[in-house]
Design a protein around this ligand. Structure first.
Ligand code: E4P
Length: 218
């Protein structure tokens, strides 16, 4: 499973990219607002930092507006993935933009049927929002599993499953086990994947014993 980073914070992206963990980046209007910077500048800078897809979301609600915005966003850099919502207009915009050869991420997906429509409309990525479903007491990961089954049952569907709204390390593990192609992970959650108390405890005792030897490797 590939890792996208769910942030518009360019300092975080640079640091995680240098560590080799960034296959792509996803942004949304809320993440852009958090930066306090102009949208196009942020997207351009992220696209220069990494080679993989960088999702930039349209804000128009109608199909013509989404297509026009999507074309403009795609002109910022060749690795922009235009993000459109899982609405009827969004699916039509997805078809138009993907037919023109653009990379399209269909976002705000909360059901397997929306994912089926997105794939039939030529989406490059479908983004089921796991955490927001869990917030309502529903099972977000079950939607990822349903989409995996539907896409595997029809080999003509080429859309990649991008597990989104990932909030915990458990979500990351479950997305990988459910067959998601990609998880988009907030930086803090990505760092949490390395943590285990037994690793910390074991390291402390190994190093305490090592100190007793009085040796140095270098
Ligand atoms: C990704 O594309 C989404 O914008 C993001 O994962 C949403 O996450 P949230 O539900 O934690 O805001």
């Amino acid at each position: 499973m590939k890792f996208f980073i769910d942030t518009a914070d360019t300092a975080e992206i640079s640091e995680l990219a240098a560590a080799g963990f960034v296959d792509g980046v996803t942004t949304n209007p809320s993440l852009i607002a958090k930066t306090g910077r102009p949208f196009k500048d942020v997207i351009k800078e992220i696209c220069q930092l990494i080679d993989g897809p960088v999702s930039a979301e349209v804000t128009a609600k109608d199909v013509e507006g989404m297509i026009a915005e999507g074309e403009l966003l795609a002109s910022i850099a060749t690795n922009v993935a235009v993000k459109v919502p899982s609405t009827w207009d969004g699916f039509m915009a997805c078809r138009a933009l993907s037919t023109r050869g653009l990379t399209v991420n269909v976002t705000l997906c909360f059901s397997a049927n929306q994912a089926l429509l997105a794939a039939k409309a030529g989406a490059t990525f479908i983004s089921p929002f796991v955490g927001r479903l869990d917030d309502l007491g529903l099972n977000g990961m079950e939607v990822v599993r349903e989409i995996r089954t539907i896409y595997d049952n029809d080999k003509s569907l080429k859309t990649e499953i991008l597990a989104s709204s990932i909030r915990t390390a458990l979500h990351v593990k479950e997305a990988a086990m459910a067959g998601a192609d990609i998880a988009t992970v907030p930086p803090a959650v990505l760092r949490n994947l390395a943590k285990h108390p037994l690793t910390e405890k074991g390291l402390a005792s190994f190093l305490a014993d090592w100190d007793k030897t009085g040796q140095a490797i270098l």
